[in-house]
Design a protein around this ligand. Sequence first.
Ligand code: AHM
Ligand code: MG
Length: 340
Amino acid sequence: MEDYEPAEGEASRIGLTLETYILEGMLGRREARGYFTSLLNQIALAAKMVTSRVRRAGLVNVLGTTGDTNATGDTVQKLDQEANETLLRVLGRRNHCAAAASEEEEDIRILSTADTANYLVVFDPLDGSSNIDVNISIGTIFGVYRKEHDGPATKADFLKPGRELQAAGYIIYGSSTQFVITTGGAVHGFTYDPSVGEFLLSHENIRVPDHHPTYSINEGNAGRWTDGVKHWNDWVKGEDNAEKRPYSLRYVGTLVADAHRTLLRGGIFAYPGDTKSPEGKLRLLYEANPIAFIFEAAGGVATTGEERILDIEPTELHQRVPLILGSTRNVDEFLSFGKK
Ligand code: AHM
Ligand code: MG
């Protein structure tokens, strides 16, 4: 898959719409039939629909006071279920997505058996759901794979390592809504302009800084960590002017938000395995893989502490995985404690 990186010497394209960017990517590929382009545009459309809904999140109960039905008579749903339904509905429309696997669904959902349906989409429709009700950043994470055979998609089609992703991205519903996407080359960020109704290129060619004195981990779990993680945690809090320690702690509790900050500023995010959850908390298919794909494309690292996230051969749709990601040097520091 060719990526959408601007040609050498090409002027900055800040302000370009996401739709134009996706279309230009297709025009740059000789064999392109437009299916991939169409699929990415559908994801962008779903993102607009979800953001419009997220922006009214505090009004759900207000809108639902007439007996838990909304203006069109539908039952008022929880936002994460609504985001899930929106993505499934929009992805199912153009016969380019054969099936989807969602964090909110027990099994895969077949969306099209048409010959044109050559792609598979994995997603976490609303990541950080415990933060919805308290008006803290939440997000949507997605990844796109190619379906490699004729005939209907199966669950086995989704059990591929993350390095086979054709595209990955996330949408962060923060102080503004931003859409970060890569097809494996450059990573770009687009900011939603509600007055125009479009995502506009605002962060061109994002690169993860090599190091930043920030760490991000749920320290409430400290008693359950391995000795390596405990020693690393003591070390980041130790005093050393030259190394800019102690590092600052930043933890939102929404992976998309913690990863987004780490992508732009650098530092480290870790959700390691512990005595209660040896495999950590985060899901390989919907969370770790797409975010790892973005970090690697931006020059960062994503590992379980023992192996590269993108090399894991999944065995289950909903399997969990320890996730350590961020700037190369910060992750190296972390790993040096694990090995002691
Ligand atoms: P969710 O998909 O149900 O929202 O859970 C995943 C979230 C991540 O966004 C975040 O990194 C993590 O759970 C936070 O977990 P904890 O509250 O244990 O720190
Ligand atoms: Mg999640």
